[in-house]
Structure formats: structure tokens, C-alpha cells
Design a protein around this ligand. Sequence first.
Ligand code: SF4
Length: 334
Amino acid sequence: MSEVILKVNNMCKYFESKGVTIRAVNDISFEIEKGETVGIVGESGCGKTTLGRTIVGAYVPSSGSAEYTAADGEVYDLSSIDKKKMKELRKEIQMIFQDPYSSLDPRMTVFDIISEPLRANFKLKKEEIEEKVKFIAEKVGLKTEFLKRYPHAFSGGQRQRIGIARALVMYPRLIICDEAVSALDVSVQAQVVNLLKDLQKDMDLTYIFISHDLSVVEHISDRVGVMYLGRMVEYADTASIFEKPMHPYTEALLSAVPIPDPDMNNERIPLAGEIPNPANPPKGCPFHTRCRYCTEKCKTEVPEFKEREKGHFVACHLTDTSMIKGIIKQQEGM
Ligand code: SF4
């Protein structure tokens, strides 16, 4: 039976700057089942990183909650628990960041980097720490002799493996991967994504995978949430998002993904203009300034985020979404 590990309810995170309110995360709700991967996609500045950080308590939400079902079976609202409990839950909830180099202290050896969370959270003997670090290093494909070296001696992919090992050494249950492979070459990206998938099976992990790269998200996710200007505009299982998107923004994002097969026809749907200033978002539907289906209603009324088909949520006034194509995968001439 599926078990919900995280339920995000009407999460908002606003920042005040020079008298202006920036709605970085605006009324977002979704849930994640244990063992699955939820991908969060959108252009840079859409609020996906702020969403991840607000969920793990790095930012205090302006309103809303993130109900986490812990290993002890209790449900905790991560947005309102005290610091002591949050420190305990940090063992279960970890983050992996985009830039492994800047998140690894260059003066520490790989062993010290991976063992740091163990030393900070448990009273373990030296041999126990060594055993755990070696075990996790092996799991992520780092040789034991690498443990004595410093981060600068490694390639980007190896440094990301060090970052993953540091997150895993605590045996977490939920990991937020924030653009975790974006800084890597495409071939290395595939290796790290496959490693994350293997580790997920092996260690019963749940991921929130934040990325601007739809191809990577398609490869790793069970469900996908599409964000635009701080709002979730579409949320469904991966196949529905990629084969039958219902939101014009998802359609435009998908049409921009190159298809490597020359026999496939990919009609490009131009995404007009820049993403609007989040400090001064458009009235009505936040996407209306760039949407090719925009009507007068779209300019004044914010569309509700509603379930259109089972498990498929969309925020759009369009009632007939049959013209929304996504990636057009049929062969030319057919
Ligand atoms: Fe486009 Fe209107 Fe739908 Fe917004 S509500 S995405 S403007 S059709």
C-alpha cells in the first residue's frame, strides 16, 4: 500500500524587498509517496529552489505547511516544529546541491567531509565511523583510497558523488536534489542520475528532484510538477506530463526539448518574451503575457489549480486542451 511521506499544503514563501512583496512560492500543494521521485521543473527564477528550501525548513514559510511522516510513524509539520526536533529530522531529510565544489570544504579530506554529519549527530567510535564512511563511499562508486584526498583532486562527477555520499551517510528517507546534475557534462549527468536511481531502490529513498532540464526530469521522475512564477501550473505522472500535457506552458517547455531522432517531428512552440518580474507579476493568469491561447478572461481571472483527470492537476482556463500537443512524436508524413 502506498504511503504518503510528504504532504505540502498551500505553501507560500514571500520575500519583502524595498517595500515590494515577491511571491517566490505561491499557494503550492502536492504530495509525495514513499519511494517515488517527484520532479519539479520550470525556468530559472520560477521558485523551484525556494520551494525545496522552504519544505526542508531552511526558509520559514509565509503560510502553509509541509507534513512529513517520519520513520517513527509520527507526522510533523516541518514549517512549525522546534529547532531540536528539526535537528533530529535532518537525519532523515537531506539535500544535494547543484555545485558540488562550492558545497564541499576544500580544506577537508573526502573522509572528513563524508563523516562530518556522523560526528555532529552521533557518538560513534572511530572504527564505526570509518566503517560507515567506507561502506557509503563504495555504494556511490568512490574508491577507498580517494578518502584521503581533497575535493580539488576530483572531476565534477566525482565531486557530486562525494556530495551524495555525505547526504547518504545519515541513511535519510527523503532527499531534495536541487539541480544536482545541472553543472555536469551530459554523459556524466546520465551516470549520476542512474546512480541516484540505483541508490533509491537499494536504500528505499524518496526524492524531490528540482531541475530546469526536462529530459533529466523525465528520466528520473514518477511524477512531475511544473512551476511558473511561483505557482504550480501542472502536476501529474511523468507519462501524462510528457505525452498529454494540459497546460500551455508545459507544452511550450516540452517543444523546446531537442529530439535526437531526425525522423521525429518536433513543432517548436515559441515561448514569447521573458519571464515577468516576480515583484510585479501579471494580473489574472500569470502566464497570460506569453500564452498563445490567451483570452480576455485569462487577463483578469487567476485560474484555479484543479484535478482535470485522475491525478492530473492543471491551472488553466482552457477547457478544451486537445490542441495542447507537447512533444509531437509521430513520424513525419504520417
Ligand atoms: Fe493560457 Fe489562459 Fe491557460 Fe493562462 S489560463 S495558460 S493564459 S489559456
